[in-house]
Design a protein around this ligand. Structure first.
Ligand code: GAL
Length: 452
């Protein structure tokens, strides 16, 4: 027994036969080729190349060079035995100005990628929007401009028309609360906007765009297409057993977990717990209550950790603050996120309780650690343990009859981790960013054993 197998007990055969196993990536984090073959700029191209925005001023101009090296990476995926590959389309690669002229070279690239996956017996799962809005549209207000719904509709229609005959699983968006919160409220992600006057319209237009995107996909795609969208979620617990901390936890739960799924399910924005959301009314037009609703075939949830919350009168709008994991002296990943496997079970349980959700997949779960290559090997024991303990919780969820039908690892190769740059390594495969050399980590080998 190698020390990469901490326990031999976990195996995919313990899961239902139809359970989907996969790995997730996102265009800006891996593709590079930021200005190749007619691609237009995205907000991330611009934001990451402005000094001071990203750790060590790093950017995704080259990233993992996946655009040029995708065949090699898909071969590695095949070697790992992972049958489903979730990736995103860079909007400005196929529509350089966001709308209007189509860049056929960009379409050809995604066609080749899809065809190559299928030829290798790997099923492509498409995310349409993983945060990289075309910069030309940001100049017109981006997600704060209601016209974004019609711009986004053009992009969705184009993807459905060009890729719809071969892709069965579709996700309209990735983690709306992260790109609106970090990009339009905190200003720490692209496009770097701040404040409620940006955040609230961005929330509402995003909600409408997700629902509209779902309707467009259903209209254009063949009847057996599965149309979904994905949400981040964290298990939220009060710091102390005090009513005020419990209420603070409820507010954070409304913001981080309920903000987008509930309007889509017809339950409206969770403004009872979070009154600031009542101000979204300012951006609503007659009929929006209905336009916000869409019945997705599946929902993807993405969980990494839990958050512990206390009441904080001086924190504007939310009156709550998070007690950071290092302060609580608990085990953390390189992102300083607590390692708390029960969180994934709790989130499956929470989303399973929404009766209108038909199907649930974990579309991301994973961990960054400071991996070291020693004698050509990366013995990332902590990541293996992370997967074992989290997948064990997913197994328990299936045994308890909760609604869960798949699990996707974040992520295939080490890549550009947004504001954190290249420092956090999340991959099953190590990348040397100077040489682009790939090395399968022991966690990758563990996964292969698990799936064999
Ligand atoms: C998610 C995101 C991914 C990836 C991951 C790890 O929020 O969808 O793009 O960065 O977190 O932080």
């Amino acid at each position: 027994m190698t020390n990469r197998t901490l326990t031999q007990s976990l195996h995919k055969n313990q899961f239902p036969a139809h359970f989907k196993w996969g790995v997730s990536v996102a265009a800006y984090q891996i593709e590079g080729a930021h200005n190749s073959d007619g691609k237009g700029q995205s907000i991330w191209d611009v934001f990451a190349n402005q000094k001071g925005n990203i750790h060590l001023n790093q950017h995704g101009n080259i990233a993992c060079d996946f655009y040029n090296q995708y065949q090699q990476d898909i071969q590695l995926l095949k070697q790992l035995n992972i049958p489903n590959f979730r990736f995103s389309i860079a909007w400005s690669r196929i529509l350089p100005n966001g709308i209007g002229d189509v860049n056929e070279a960009g379409i050809a690239y995604y066609n080749q990628l899809i065809d190559y996956c299928i030829a290798q017996k790997i099923e492509p799962w498409l995310t349409l929007y993983h945060w990289d809005l075309p910069y030309a549209l940001e100049k017109k207000g981006g997600w704060t401009n209601r016209e974004v719904i019609s711009w986004f509709s053009q992009f969705v229609s184009l993807c459905a028309t060009r890729f719809g005959n071969r892709v069965k699983h579709w996700m309209v968006m990735n983690e709306p609360v992260v790109f609106t919160g970090a990009g339009y409220f905190l200003g720490i992600h692209a496009p770097g906007r701040r404040g409620m006057d940006n955040f609230l319209p961005a929330i509402h237009h995003t909600t409408l765009a997700i629902a509209e995107g779902g309707r467009i996909l259903k209209k254009i795609l063949p009847p057996d297409a599965q149309v979904g969208t994905t949400f981040s979620c964290s298990y939220i617990q009060p710091y102390r057993n005090l009513p005020r901390d419990q209420k603070a936890a409820n507010r954070v739960d409304a913001l981080l977990n309920r903000l987008f799924i509930e309007p889509l399910l017809g339950l409206g924005y969770p403004d009872k717990e979070l009154p600031i959301l009542k101000n979204i009314k300012k951006y609503m037009q007659p009929g929006d209550e209905h336009k916000m609703v869409f019945d997705f075939d599946f929902i993807g949830i993405q969980n990494y950790t839990r958050e512990v919350v206390k009441n904080a009168w001086f924190t504007p709008y939310i009156n709550a603050s998070l007690i950071a994991a290092p302060k609580r002296k608990v085990a953390t990943t390189a992102m300083r996120w607590e390692i708390y496997p029960e969180a994934i079970y709790k989130m499956i349980e929470k989303f399973s309780a929404y009766t209108n959700i038909k199907k649930l997949y974990i579309t991301e779960n994973g961990a960054a650690f400071a991996d070291e290559i020693k004698n050509g090997e990366i013995n990332d024991i902590e990541r293996i343990k992370y997967f074992e303990t989290h997948i064990a919780q997913v197994l328990k969820a299936t045994q308890d009859g909760l609604k869960i039908d798949g699990y996707f690892v974040w992520t295939l190769t080490d890549n550009f981790e947004w504001a954190e740059g290249y420092h956090p390594r999340f991959g099953l495969i190590h990348v040397d960013f100077d040489t682009q050399k790939r090395t399968i980590k022991n966690s990758g080998k563990w996964f292969t054993d698990f799936l064999s």
